[in-house]
Design a protein around this ligand. Structure first.
Ligand SMILES: NC(=O)c1ccc[n+]([C@@H]2O[C@H](COP(=O)([O-])OP(=O)(O)OC[C@H]3O[C@@H](n4cnc5c(N)ncnc54)[C@H](OP(=O)(O)O)[C@@H]3O)[C@@H](O)[C@H]2O)c1
Length: 117
C-alpha cells in the first residue's frame, strides 16, 4: 500500500493510476484537506445538490477514486455522519473534483506534507 495526500483539490491522478496498475492500494490521507475545503463555496454548492455535507462529499470522492479514505475527526457526530456515504457522485462531478486546484492549507501550510516539500 501507499499512503498519499489525496483530496478534491489535490488528486495525484497519474500516481493513483500507477498504483492501481501495480496492485498497490492507495490510502488517502487528509481527504477533507485538513478541514480547509469546508471553506470552498463551489464544493459546498455541489454537496448541497446531493443533500450531503462537504466532508461526506469529499470522503465519498476518495472512495470512488478507488482509495481507502482516512478522514480524521475528534467529534462523534462528525464520525457518524462521515460514515453515511450511501450516494453516488456522477462522472461529471468526479471530473470537477478531480481537476479542482486548492493549495491553500492556511495555518497548516507550515507542515511539510502541506507545503509541497
Ligand atoms: N501519512 C501522512 O503523512 C499523514 C499526513 C497527514 C495526516 N495523516 C493522517 O490522515 C488522517 C487525516 O488527517 P487530517 O487532519 O489532515 O485531515 P482530514 O481528515 O482531511 O480533516 C480533518 C479535519 O476535518 C474536520 N472534520 C471532519 N469531519 C467533519 C465534519 N463532518 N464536519 C465538519 N468538520 C469535519 C475535523 O474536525 P473535527 O475533529 O472537529 O471533526 C478536522 O479538523 C489522520 O489520521 C492523520 O494522522 C497522515
Amino acid at each position: 500500500m501507499n499512503q498519499l495526500l489525496v483530496h478534491a483539490g489535490n488528486t495525484p491522478t497519474e500516481l493513483i493510476a500507477y498504483c492501481e496498475d501495480n496492485n498497490i492500494l492507495v490510502e488517502a490521507y487528509s481527504p477533507i484537506a485538513h478541514g480547509k475545503i469546508l471553506n470552498n463555496p463551489d464544493v459546498a454548492a455541489m454537496a448541497d445538490r446531493y443533500g450531503v455535507s462537504v466532508p461526506q462529499l469529499c470522503i465519498r470522492y476518495t472512495l470512488q477514486l478507488g482509495t481507502v479514505s482516512l478522514p480524521k475527526t475528534a467529534n462523534p457526530d462528525h464520525m457518524r455522519s462521515n460514515a453515511q456515504l450511501d450516494f453516488e457522485i456522477t462522472d461529471d462531478d468526479m471530473d470537477t473534483l478531480r481537476t479542482l486546484r486548492a493549495r491553500d492549507y492556511g495555518e497548516h501550510s507550515v507542515f511539510p506534507v502541506y507545503s509541497g516539500k
